[in-house]
Ligand binder design. Structure first.
Ligand code: SF4
Length: 350
């Protein structure tokens, strides 16, 4: 962990050529208080890619990223307290993997349109309807849902986990929860691979629907308009449109690459010739990646923000750290079962 003084200088340097520098100067006193508390209490601050830049930059460079990478990183840390700057299911995942640590979140009501409606009962209903079919659950879900599932997965490894689940359970049917659009996208990928697996997901045989309210708003027409307006030709070697796997299938068809947030960052690293990029995901990801890829001109045409992520503010972070409140707890029986589904995924690979 970089010390408080060095960290302030680091944030200032990272933000100095960005639109967020003035905000940093305005909020500097608050940021300093947070970082002093971080050092005094030996707190590991984890920052999800979708946090506002001032919050994202509170975390050290190796403590930023997607929810699973952050939770796994926390397991290697010796800090007794973790502050998770993200939404509640992410902090729960950190607790599942770090049961002996105190896990805090600045707002316990920071939910998720995908995770919130799906509960244990929903998993049990699918299991009853499709006996023998393994349940693969996206990491964007609560502990009680992971606990009733056979495997957890991320958007980076969903297809791999579905294939393993089918083989391990010797079942052509695999239940995928809770994201309907991701389920449809995976079904399309399985079709392209001429797989015999039948994916069952919310909305296929019932009227349930699991959705990320941010990614479902991105449309194919918008991607086409952005391509025309900013001269982003499909297949070009120096420009690209990258979208998240939670987007509708017709959006994926318009993109040069689709995948997870970590997959998008990896794509940029692996394509050093890219000069102009549009990211079809939560808008803050673009702001946060800008200083990691200064050679790229990121197209600022994004209009989708996650209202749940926005519940995390500097004031709430300060209050949570000062008082060590808003702790995440997961009942031990549920935690163990949820961890089994995560461990199975980890043994398959990210
Ligand atoms: S971006 Fe979508 S999936 Fe992520 S927390 Fe917000 S609503 Fe949930």
């Amino acid at each position: 962990m970089t010390s408080y003084n060095l960290k302030i200088m680091e944030i200032e340097k990272e933000l100095e050529d960005t639109d967020h520098y003035l905000d940093f100067k305005t909020e500097q006193v608050k940021i300093e208080k947070i970082l002093k508390l971080r050092d005094q209490k030996n707190v590991l601050i984890l920052g999800h890619n979708y946090m506002k830049p001032l919050i994202y930059h509170l975390s050290d460079k190796d403590s930023r990223g997607d929810s699973l990478a952050l939770s796994m990183y926390a397991a290697k840390s010796t800090s007794p307290i973790i502050l998770f700057d993200g939404v509640r299911f992410m902090a729960e995942t950190a607790k599942i993997l770090n049961p002996d640590k105190k896990v805090l979140i600045a707002d316990l009501n920071a939910g998720c349109s995908l995770a919130d409606p799906f509960r244990k009962q929903d998993v049990l209903e699918y299991k009853e309807k499709f006996p023998g079919a393994p349940v693969v659950t996206y990491i964007n879900s609560y502990a009680e849902v992971k606990a009733e599932s056979d495997y957890c997965c991320t958007s980076a490894n969903a297809l791999k986990v579905v294939n393993h689940a089918s083989k391990d359970f010797n079942s052509n049917k695999v239940i995928f929860l809770p994201d309907s659009l991701m389920g449809k996208n995976l079904e399309n990928e399985l079709g392209n691979l001429e797989s015999k697996i039948e994916l069952i997901y919310p909305g296929k045989y019932d009227n349930k629907f699991g959705r990320c309210e941010v990614h479902e708003k991105i449309s194919a027409e918008e991607i086409r308009r952005i391509r025309r307006q900013f001269d982003l030709k499909k297949g070009s070697s120096d420009s690209a449109v990258l979208v998240h796997l939670e987007c509708p299938p017709e959006v994926l068809a318009e993109a040069d690459y689709y995948g997870s947030t970590s997959g998008m960052a990896k794509y940029l690293l692996e394509h050093p010739n890219l000069k102009k990029v549009y990211l079809g995901t939560e808008c803050e990801m673009t702001s946060n990646l800008q200083n990691e890829f200064p050679q790229i001109d990121f197209v600022r045409a994004c209009q989708v923000f996650c209202q749940h992520m926005r519940k995390i503010t500097l004031d709430k972070i300060l209050f949570s750290l000062e008082n060590e409140v808003y702790e995440i707890n997961v009942e031990e029986n549920i935690r163990r079962k949820a961890k089994t589904s995560i461990d199975r995924m980890l043994s398959i690979g990210r």
